[in-house]
Design a protein around this ligand. Structure first.
Ligand code: GAL
Length: 418
């Protein structure tokens, strides 16, 4: 072989090699990556996510995971970023979304892949509880895979503060106001709130709605059986208004976890928040917390579930499917949930190391009556949640009961007309 032929051969081999790198086969990603989009940046939630990444990396060591998080509880900032990316044709490989109607707009826009086949092949249609499967169905199909069950209606308190002041966890609104008054008299903030994302005030308000209307009354708000003009809704707003007297002055500057930190520090006696607060306390090594259902919420589990979906056009689709398999797996859920402060979505889960609170949540999930969370996407479609959140955000500053009730009624009317 002469020199010229040798050089041509080398050139040819290089071009073929380059093309092989640049033109992957069908289903093969251009680069071996996996981009997961979520809002889990706080203590507990970030730790849980890291555990699922660990399991993924053990199974697929060659894949580089891109942890695309946008800080802000309940997705208050992440959802806007996601929208820009989805509409700009740059979807992440998989994104966090609450089980329920939150994904419906993306489904309607034909931007999500149905996951029914995966549900069948992975056996998820048998292993997730019926109540959750019902919530997950959008137009008769599954579009996301749940990793957990969260409870939104928990009152957390600092045990030392309560013991020092001879207090017990309040059960009713009257109890709550008595306890709050006693704490205030001692110069301790009774109720920590961190609503720099207004969803946290909605989370608090939904527990007040449940506590005032009861499970059936509250659930009726989402299917038209309970009118938003009902006097009980007026009463709920009055109760909420009275509660707001007892929150920290800097509430609008704090995030939910900063409010939980007030309870750890003994600056506040209580906070009402979902059980991701359990994950936060655990991540801070804090064990001096007690819990109880929010006032009037005994025997009722205000539920929500985090799930992951597969957008059409995901750049690393095969990797994303493998991610969803980890999300729905026994192993993935057992690694994630004890740190996240949630219980597994799988009915065969709950076998690993769950703390005392989470064990009590498992019992309650199995025996309580269920309510879907408004603030966390289980009760109503996104547009309704946004309108209700706006009304509550105004209420927190202006505290006008009748104007807010009218705004909430209008939000329901608009949503139901769609
Ligand atoms: C919820 C979410 C939880 C937790 C919380 C605070 O919406 O479902 O997993 O992350 O927000 O960020």
């Amino acid at each position: 072989m002469n020199r010229k032929t040798l050089f041509s051969l080398i050139a040819l081999v290089s071009v073929v090699a380059m093309l092989a790198v640049q033109c992957p086969g069908p289903g093969q990603p251009a680069e071996n990556k996996l981009e997961i989009f979520s809002w889990w940046t706080g203590g507990g939630e970030a730790d849980g996510l890291a555990q699922m990444f660990k399991i993924y990396s053990q199974k697929y060591p060659d894949t580089e995971i891109i942890n695309a998080t946008v800080a802000g509880g309940a997705g208050s900032n992440a959802k806007a970023v996601l929208k820009t990316r989805m509409l700009g044709g740059d979807p992440p490989d998989s994104f966090q979304v609450h089980a329920g109607q939150e994904i419906a707009d993306w489904v309607k826009a034909d931007m999500m892949e149905p996951l029914d086949d995966l549900y069948t092949s992975e056996g998820w249609d048998k292993v997730f509880p019926k109540d959750l499967l019902d919530i997950l169905l959008v137009d008769g199909h599954y579009y996301s895979v749940p990793v957990n069950i969260h409870r939104a209606n928990v009152l957390w308190y600092n045990k030392q503060v309560f013991t020092d002041n001879n207090l017990t966890a309040p059960k009713t609104f009257d109890d709550f106001f008595t306890v709050a008054g006693a704490l205030e008299a001692k110069g301790i903030t009774p109720l920590a709130l961190g609503d720099n994302g207004p969803w946290a005030a909605v989370n608090l308000f939904e527990t007040v709605l449940i506590g005032t209307l009861g499970q059936e009354g509250y659930n009726g708000l989402w299917n038209g059986r309970t009118s938003w003009d009902d006097p009980k809704v007026t009463q709920a707003l009055e109760n909420f208004k009275k509660m707001l007297i007892f929150v920290n002055e800097d509430h609008s500057a704090l995030s939910w976890d900063q409010a939980a930190q007030y309870v750890i520090d003994g600056k506040a006696g209580m906070t009402i928040m979902g059980d991701w607060a359990d994950g936060y306390f655990v991540s801070k090594g804090f064990t001096g917390y007690g819990w109880a259902p929010a006032p009037g919420n005994d025997g009722i589990f205000d539920m929500l579930s985090d799930s992951f979906g597969l957008p059409k056009g995901a750049k690393h689709r095969d990797n994303a499917i493998n991610w969803l398999k980890v999300c729905g797996s026994f192993e993935g859920q057992e690694a994630f949930n004890p740190l996240k402060g949630s219980i597994p979505a799988r009915t065969d889960g709950g076998k690993a190391n769950y703390d005392e609170y989470l064990q009590s949540a498992m019992k309650d999930w199995a025996s309580n009556k269920l309510c879907p969370s408004l603030a966390h996407g289980a009760a109503a479609p996104e547009g309704w949640v946004t309108a209700a959140t706006d009304a509550i955000a105004v209420f927190v500053t202006k505290q006008d009961v009748s104007a807010t009730q009218a705004a909430l009624a209008q939000a329901a009317k608009d949503a139901m007309a769609q």
